[in-house]
Design a protein around this ligand. Structure first.
Ligand code: PLP
Length: 357
């Protein structure tokens, strides 16, 4: 098969090293003679992996002792409900920066009083709202740091006068984060740190237990902190793959090094979008995501969209179709995507321009 360059928005590309190790573990997990798919989660070998995974999270993100990390099933979408269940008492505010942020808000509204403090829907979520003031009479402020569909990103850890909660599904481990500024950081693994089937939640331990409602056992973060993510059968294979992905990340120099690489990849691609007369970017420049790069045909060139898609496909590009709510193209350049992948896409864009000038 010819070389392909995978820009899928999620599930994401995973490092080759992780895939190779998984092939081995599918047959024989750590010399037990048992597949990782069949290993009991109560064995010493599995517990070692679980502990290693937790330790890697703490080391790579410099998670302080005030916080604990748990791994659960249900997707980031179920975390929208966990957030409200565990933190919403009187009122919560959300920054509405896209479909995911909005869905998180809607789940909270099913539980109690929650509202959008600011919203960028007026321009199809192509920018991050600014200039709003965070009130102090709310239980928490919820943000979505990277808006996977629109390619916008909040790249700095904000100062927040109330507990700050962030969905970091699609930019976790792409850049350094000051975890101490958040009461909760959560997300699905499949956008940057593993396959689908597992979520991570980094929880400030003393932020829990402040709501008066009954929280069902499975939806209570305290259950999973106490049982070290093994209250029930964990998504064993997804956690195994996440561990292998993080081992790779550590081996190349960790979050600081991947951030440097991610900035470089994003710059190469955005520079081409800005230079190339065929394309224009859709996200406000100051809010451009370093993970999801969205662009459309330039005004007057719209009729060439299908032709570019076909050409890119013929050159091995996979997964560059934009989300239906934005149109055009989206290249997701997560951690495992290499500079060579980005350069191949850029070459494709340049060749297409030369053919159509
Ligand atoms: C994909 C995505 C989600 C939803 O994740 P699921 O695991 O499919 O529920 C939530 N938030 C963001 C930012 C996403 O990119």
């Amino acid at each position: 098969m010819a070389k392909v360059h995978v820009f899928n928005a999620g599930p994401c590309l995973l490092p080759e090293q992780a895939i190779d190790n998984a092939i081995e573990a599918l047959k024989d997990f750590k010399g037990t003679g048992v597949s990782v798919l069949s290993i009991s989660h109560r064995t010493k070998e599995w517990e070692e992996t679980m502990n290693e995974c937790r330790a890697l999270w703490k080391e790579l993100l410099h998670i302080p002792d005030t916080h604990e990390v748990v791994f659960l099933g249900g997707g980031a979408s179920l975390q929208f409900l966990y957030v409200a269940m565990n933190y919403l008492e009187k009122k919560a505010a959300y920054l509405d920066t896209g479909v995911w942020a909005h869905k998180a808000l809607q789940q909270a509204q099913g539980i109690g009083e929650a509202y959008a403090l600011a919203c960028s829907k007026d321009k199809n979520y192509s920018y991050i709202p600014k200039g709003y003031e965070i009130p102090t009479d709310i239980d928490y402020f919820h943000i979505t740091t990277n808006n996977t569909i629109y390619g916008t990103e909040i790249k700095e850890d904000m100062d927040c006068p109330v507990p700050l909660i962030a969905d970091m599904s699609s930019d976790i481990m792409s850049r350094p984060v000051d975890v101490s500024k958040y009461d909760l950081i959560y997300g699905g693994a499949q956008k940057n740190v593993g396959p689908a089937g597992v979520i991570f939640a980094i929880i400030k331990k003393d932020s829990l237990g402040k709501v008066s409602r009954y929280i069902p056992t499975m939806l209570d973060y305290r259950t999973h902190i106490e049982k070290e993510s093994m209250f029930n059968t964990p998504p064993v294979f997804s956690i195994y793959m996440m561990t292998e992905t993080l081992k790779w990340l550590k081996s190349i120099g960790g979050v600081e090094e991947i951030h440097r690489r991610n900035l470089e990849k994003a710059e190469i691609l955005y520079n081409e979008i800005d230079r190339n007369s065929m394309f224009v970017g859709t996200a406000a420049k100051e809010d451009r995501s370093i993970m999801n790069v969205c662009f459309v045909m330039a005004p007057g060139k719209e009729a060439l969209q299908d032709e570019f898609m076909a050409y890119a496909k013929s050159q091995g590009m996979v997964g560059i179709k934009g989300h239906r709510s934005v149109g055009g193209f989206r290249a997701s350049i997560y951690n495992a995507c290499t500079k060579e992948d980005v350069e191949a896409l850029v070459k494709c864009m340049q060749e297409f321009e030369a053919k159509n000038l």
